[in-house]
Ligand binder design. Structure first.
Ligand code: FAD
Length: 397
């Protein structure tokens, strides 16, 4: 098999960032497995669905982002053998590695809710979790003048836990501006007993939902969908009661889990019901196979899955991988930092930043981001995409 000192699986947020940082640190033999020609900056999809950004602003080609000097293998990984230190690809190629970085993201399980896959993309059903459908979300929001709008979030970890509710606020704010909010019944279905994990933000979001007159169903989940009848079944997990809601617009977020080839393999964390990859929560190294590192959405870390988290994880993975190449112990530590920009209106945002212990970890300690702010909305729309493409993916920020 062909051998590389470092093999990275996935050229998304995490894979490109790690590749760029390893190149800057002088590593020369890096291969990147990535089947797709396109790279997406997914945080913009919420604004695409809310009519605030064009889809193309979230898109780049992999070719322009993969750092020079990194060998791009345009293929999908299908298996890994951490004892033999090999990765198998869809074409049957076997690649051997010195160190492996797992960053293939997560799998959107559209079949996880009966009826969802069939209903998606027509009959009033959309999802910002698919780039081709994010523009449809905006179309539906714009056309809705009355009726029932349903926004759902599944149980289990999802990427960007705020995204399922942000789009509800963008929609409601638009309807308010158009003077039709009072004619639309808006229901937001959330799986947890609170609107957000961190109490101060939970309180702020409760107030946001109240302001728009949104009915919030906590500890609840969409468990079935009949696209032809436009009916969704909502199950309340505390009582077991079910309710059938007839909707005119449905924004659905699918259940999410680790890619199958990893979930069923030796690197999966047995404590992760979705089969995410085991990694030490501080060093991001696999505890049983120290030549393997995992970060981003695929890693079984007890924090929220976001690009902002990846930004703090990547330098830790790179430092510990370099140490390991030199035969030294892993000493860099990740504290669980993650952030969620909670868009609450067309030009307003809260910025939730916290660590493993849900302690606040503000990037702007001089600003109160627990309150809705216009500057934070501009940061999300214009500042963060720049930081992402010009700083983070270049290994600079
Ligand atoms: P990804 O960026 O998804 O990249 C995975 C890559 O691996 C892809 O390029 C894929 O093609 C490739 N791949 C998959 N399978 C294989 C395989 N078998 N072999 C090789 N390559 C493979 N984050 C924020 O920080 N702030 C936000 O506001 C925010 N909003 C979001 C809104 C939405 C609607 C969505 C969907 C996400 C949002 N996120 C946000 C989350 C953020 O986009 C992800 O957490 C981040 O992209 C994770 O990076 P990753 O590298 O782990 O995965």
């Amino acid at each position: 098999p062909s051998r590389h000192q470092v093999l990275i699986v996935g050229g998304g947020t995490a894979g490109i960032t790690v590749a760029a940082r390893l190149r800057r640190a002088g590593v020369t033999d890096i291969a990147l497995l990535e089947p797709s020609e396109t790279h997406w900056y997914q945080p913009l999809w919420t604004l695409v669905g809310g009519g605030q950004a064009p889809l193309r602003s979230s898109l780049r080609t992999e070719a322009e982002l993969i750092p020079p000097g990194v060998r791009w293998l345009r293929e999908r990984a299908t298996g890994v053998d951490p004892v033999a230190r090999t990765v198998t690809t869809a074409s049957g190629r076997v690649l051997s590695y010195g160190r492996l970085v797992l960053a293939p993201g997560l799998h959107l399980d559209w079949d996880g809710v009966p009826g969802l896959a069939a209903a998606l993309g027509h009959g009033g059903v959309s999802s910002n979790y698919r780039p081709d459908l994010a523009p449809l979300t905006w179309d539906l929001i714009r056309r809705t003048r009355r009726g029932t709008a349903l926004f759902t979030m599944p149980s289990g970890p999802v990427k960007c836990g705020g995204a399922p509710q942000k789009i509800a606020y963008l929609a409601a704010d638009y309807w308010r501006k158009r003077g039709v909010l009072g004619d639309i019944r808006t229901i937001l279905v959330l799986p947890e007993p609170a609107m957000f994990k961190v109490p101060v933000f939970s309180r702020a979001l409760t107030e946001t939902a109240r302001r728009y007159g949104i009915e919030v169903r906590l500890s609840s989940e969409m468990t079935r969908l009949d696209g032809a009848a436009r009916e969704a079944v909502i199950t309340d997990h505390t009582t077991g009661a079910t309710e059938t809601v007839r909707y005119d617009l449905l924004h659905a977020v699918p259940p999410q889990r680790a890619p199958e080839w990893l979930a069923n393999g030796p690197l999966a964390d047995p404590d992760s019901p979705q089969g995410y990859v085991k990694a030490d929560r501080e060093t991001l190294q696999h505890p049983d196979f120290p030549t393997v590192f995992a970060l981003g959405d695929v890693a079984a870390l007890p924090t929220s899955k976001t690009g902002a988290a990846v930004r703090k994880q990547a330098p830790v993975v790179v430092a510990n991988l370099l140490a390991s190449l030199r035969g030294r112990p892993a000493t860099a530590r990740y504290d669980g930092y993650t952030s969620c920009p909670l868009v609450t209106a067309r030009h307003k945002m809260l910025l939730a930043e916290f660590d493993y212990d849900l302690r606040p970890a503000p990037s702007f300690p001089f600003l109160d981001t627990t309150r809705e702010r216009t500057d934070m909305w501009f940061l999300k729309r214009y500042g963060l995409p720049q930081l992402y493409f010009k700083g983070m993916l270049k290994g600079l920020a």
